[in-house]
Design a protein around this ligand. Sequence first.
Ligand code: NAD
Length: 240
Amino acid sequence: MIAELSMYLDNDNYSRIVFFTGAGMSAECGIPTYRGSGGIWDSYKWQNYACQRAFESNPEEVLDFHELRRIEVEKCKPHIGHYIIADIQKRKLNTWIITQNIDGMHQKAKSKNIIELHGSLWEMRCENDRKCFTDAKRPKYSSRKCECGSWLRPNIIWFEDNLDQGLLNKTNDVVSKSDLFISVGTSGLVFPAAGIPQIAKASGALCIEINPEKTTVSNAYDIKIRKPASEGLKDLIKEW
Ligand code: NAD
């Protein structure tokens, strides 16, 4: 199996590679997924913590929740799978990461060409001033309020938010040109991100899914690796 899979990366047939990562990619770092057993939404109601309406009615509580997540994420380190992807990017320069994760774990592993479809826990924005910035202080916020006096909110996609159209366009462009599409640890339940594997499939890319569990979009994949992210990614490279 290892020799078979590493072939995809070792030959020159594949040069435009996309890794599409979700919460399962970070699970082995100790960051909980949203869904499934032990998922965050088992313990917290998203209606109270992860939507604009909650933020407007109780900004401090919503900011506390996300600050706690920043503190927990800051303690975590990338696992071998993140480093494998970063290493592949060094060998295959036209390799992109499209992530639904907001934790910055790919950046910690020194990856490049990253599209953060759902934003970043480490960025804050002011709706009033229309400004967005990476928070220099971490893990706690440098400030909860903008100079204009408005509350700052994490620059992430909450329930009922729309994705950034520019990022979606860039994603469509990269995925439709890919020849090898590898999804790691995503449930395929969150749209529009869940439609991305179909774009890769329609463009003729070889599609590989790494996930210990079957997902609603598993049928779109040519090869399924039913392993955790680190193990599945090890299968993709030779003699790691
Ligand atoms: P999800 O929580 O809906 O699904 C997680 C998937 O990961 C499941 O299919 C599960 O089978 C799989 N999985 C669990 N452990 C795994 C492992 N060790 N290796 C590989 N796969 C594993 O996550 P999603 O599809 O990314 O979508 C949910 C949304 O939640 C996204 O918008 C994402 O932004 C957000 N989210 C992000 C983080 C993070 O930044 N780390 C954490 C939780 C949720």
